[in-house]
Design a protein around this ligand. Structure first.
Ligand SMILES: N[C@@H]1O[C@H](COP(=O)(O)O)[C@@H](O)[C@H]1O
Length: 193
């Protein structure tokens, strides 16, 4: 199973996924797709010698959504890891039940357009929530909306700030995302056999 990681930021989740699947016999991180010039994840791709493509808005939303490029890299499964653009229907149709995303909050709360990075943690803390967490879900036409696959939570202590909460959330993401990708992509492997 060839996996493409879509990311817009630093790429800490991408790095954990690359480390986890480095010696994996069935699942390979085959491509990094990024929409932000200079993003940290592009440096990770270079260091790891993994092909990467920098995508343009025009072609992504009004062109072929890079479906051809993904096919050229024999991509079977797409993992969003801090990718900030909504996935166009064309791409969802080309990869049915083969695109998953991780969101740094307990969906269905604190999801949707504009709800990313520290904006999420600020909103969670402002609402005086006592817990937060991560949500991994299949991607559909709406932001942070598709069928849930997995959630894990952490408590919010009195002194927590958006930054300290972000640290706790990243720890949960790095612990669980590689294992969930392995499980879901592994099931795909059995489906395509
Ligand atoms: N969607 C969110 O964006 C962040 C990306 O972090 P990184 O993987 O680029 O470090 C993660 O917290 C993820 O949940």
């Amino acid at each position: 199973i060839n996996v493409a990681i879509f990311a817009s930021g630093a790429g800490s989740n991408a790095q954990k996924l690359i480390d986890h699947f480095r010696k994996h016999s069935q699942i390979k991180i085959a491509l990094i797709v990024c929409n932000k010039p200079g993003a940290g994840v592009l440096t990770i791709a270079q260091n790891e010698k993994i092909p990467s493509i920098l995508i343009e808005k025009e072609q992504f939303f009004r062109g072929n959504a890079y479906v051809e490029e993904l096919k050229q890299h024999n991509v079977d499964f797409i993992v969003l890891a801090g990718f900030l653009w909504k996935v166009p229907v064309q791409l969802i149709k080309a990869f049915p039940q083969r695109i998953i995303n991780i969101h740094p909050a307990l969906l269905p709360n604190y999801g949707g357009k504009g709800m990313y990075g520290n904006f999420v943690h600020e909103a969670v803390i402002a609402a005086k929530e006592t817990e937060s967490g991560i949500s991994i879900h299949y991607v559909d036409e709406l932001y942070d909306h598709g069928q849930l696959i997995f959630q894990a939570s952490c408590t919010i202590e009195a002194g927590d700030t958006p930054d300290s909460l972000a640290q706790k959330i990243h720890a949960l993401e790095h612990e669980h995302y590689p294992l969930i990708v392995e499980k879901v992509a592994g099931e795909l492997q059995n489906r395509v056999k």
